[in-house]
Design a protein around this ligand. Structure first.
Ligand code: ADP
Length: 500
């Protein structure tokens, strides 16, 4: 049978366990400990210090134990890890180290009026031991919780930083899943095909474990995609950055146009000066030696002057057309014509020039007559330009040089092809050559003078007719320009802007 004082201890003990159970912090545990000790012994004061001898708790509230005066005794109790009681002045001071395993967590100091009884000492020992264990666990838990909170805060902080990026950022796992995306990506993700393209590049990076750069274009928007491999635990991921570079591209385009304009001014001066110089020289010769020249030489000279002035006129007409095109003032004068005749007319107009350059000019057609509602002068102009280009961009050193013009009637359209076996055009320039001022930057074609406006005007004229123009070409092999025109003259733009 337990005696009365043992019973009291057991009751206190179970109460204490309950309190420990409910305690949510180390501080609450120490409060419970103070309360329990008060019930076990009647002390004058009690102080709890941590392992660095800093006071954590004191009772009564406004009491100060001034623990410094017990420094040596505290040290001794710490190093011996035993509970001890010493008389100091008229008090008995108890030193109760709080120990968990081999760790000293702190110490309880009690000031008593008289020597405690053995069972009181035992009870205090048990409670302080229990408190130490629980307090340490709670402290560890608190540490984990606060570390978790810190990790969470750090993560949020990093995410906020990534969200401020003007670039879209995603992280792709080895399984091809997006494991992270910043806000910019979420907002821009609806661009058609962009996600697929980014994932494609990311998977290449994960496989090759090297950086990759790619591009994507959709709806007139340009994106640059940069993907870097990232080792994460035992796998590889890809950090993929996507940037909308549309405005940069636009700026580059404007700069390029500016550069081309400068080149154009230089070209045009040259283009004007050459025929002008010839006209001037021949006219001067004629004037200076009029009496000495026989009729046929005079005719040759006058022919040259005539040809050069036509050249000048053509150049000026091209400039005029271009300025009309820029002002959206290029108009068609449509009539119903046999388009075969119009094309043939253009071919014949250049026969002499082709022959003089050692180039054979062919013409063939599926039909003799194809009626079309077009502006014959403008269509002739387009054909003249294409055939002339075929002659000018022929291969200098080639023996067999030709330009072939073919007309084929299709259901509602007519297809005209101008094919040469000249220097050819790089694939990535197929669209660019129709841009204003654009000339392929290549030593071969650069020797050929020009303005870079011919195809721009040709395209505008074809499109005004509701038709299409495009090129197929291989460098060093030759080019074929195609024009497809609707026969009945429908075509939105053509009707809208038809001359009255
Ligand atoms: P230009 O002939 O005055 O330079 P165009 O607009 O007619 O201007 O042509 C633009 C560019 O396209 C040319 O400078 C040339 O580089 C290229 N090009 C056009 N036609 C041909 C062709 N038949 N063969 C090779 N390159 C061509």
């Amino acid at each position: 049978m337990a005696n009365a004082s043992e019973n009291k201890i057991i009751t206190l003990f179970s109460g204490f366990i309950m309190e420990l159970n409910n305690a949510k912090s180390a501080d609450e545990i120490l409060d419970a400990l103070l309360r329990i000790i008060r019930k076990v012994v009647s002390f004058k004061w009690i102080t709890i210090i941590d392992e660095n001898k800093s006071v954590v708790k004191e009772h009564p509230k406004d009491f100060e134990a001034n623990v410094g005066r017990f420094n040596e005794l505290i040290e001794w109790a710490f190093s011996n890890r035993t509970h001890s009681f010493y008389p100091v002045g008229d008090e008995i001071i108890g030193f109760l180290p709080m120990i968990k395993g081999d760790q000293v967590l702190g110490m309880i100091l009690v000031g008593l009026e008289e020597e405690p009884k053995v069972e009181e000492i035992d009870a205090m020992r048990v409670f302080s031991f229990l408190s130490a264990t629980v307090a340490e666990n709670v402290r560890l838990l608190e540490e984990v919780v606060s570390k978790n909170r810190l990790i969470e805060e750090t993560m949020n902080y990093l995410h906020s930083i990534l969200d401020t990026f003007p670039e879209m950022v995603i992280v792709v796992s080895e399984e091809g899943e997006i494991v992270y995306m910043n806000r910019r990506f979420v907002e821009g993700e609806n661009v058609e095909g962009l996600r697929e393209r980014a994932l494609e590049i990311a998977s290449q990076v994960i496989e090759a474990k090297v950086r990759r750069v790619g591009e994507y274009e959709s709806d007139g928007q340009f994106f640059s995609i940069v993907a870097e491999p990232l080792k994460y635990r035992n796998t590889y991921q890809s950090v993929t950055t996507i940037m909308n570079v549309t405005s940069t591209k636009e700026l580059e385009r404007l700069k390029e146009i500016d550069r081309m304009k400068t080149e154009f001014v230089a070209n045009i001066s040259h283009e004007l000066r050459t025929p002008l110089a010839a006209i001037k020289a021949y006219a001067e010769t004629v004037l200076d030696s009029l009496e000495m020249l026989d009729q046929s030489t005079l005719k040759d000279f006058m022919d040259t002057i005539h040809k050069q002035s036509i050249q000048l006129e053509n150049l000026l007409n091209e400039l005029l057309d271009f300025s009309r095109l820029e002002q959206k003032a290029l108009k068609l004068e449509r009539e119903e014509v046999n388009i075969i005749e119009v094309v043939e007319d253009a071919v014949e107009g250049l026969r002499e020039k082709a022959e003089n350059n050692g180039i054979r000019l062919y013409f063939s057609s599926s039909d003799d007559e194809v009626r079309a509602f077009v502006d014959p002068k403008r269509i002739r102009q387009v054909l003249t330009n294409l055939i002339d280009n075929g002659i000018r961009f022929s291969k200098r050193d080639s023996e067999d040089r030709y330009v072939k013009v073919e007309v084929k009637k299709e259901e509602d359209t007519v297809l005209i092809a101008v094919k040469d076996n000249g220097v050819g055009i790089p694939k990535d320039k197929f669209d660019r050559i129709f841009d204003k001022f654009y000339r392929v930057d290549q030593s071969l074609t650069y020797e050929v003078s020009g303005t870079g406006l011919g195809l721009t005007i040709a395209k505008e004229i074809v499109e005004l007719h509701g038709g299409r123009i495009w090129v197929e070409s291989e460098e060093g092999v030759g080019s074929t320009f195609y024009i497809e025109l609707p026969l009945r003259g429908e075509g939105q733009r053509g009707n809208d802007r038809q001359a009255g």
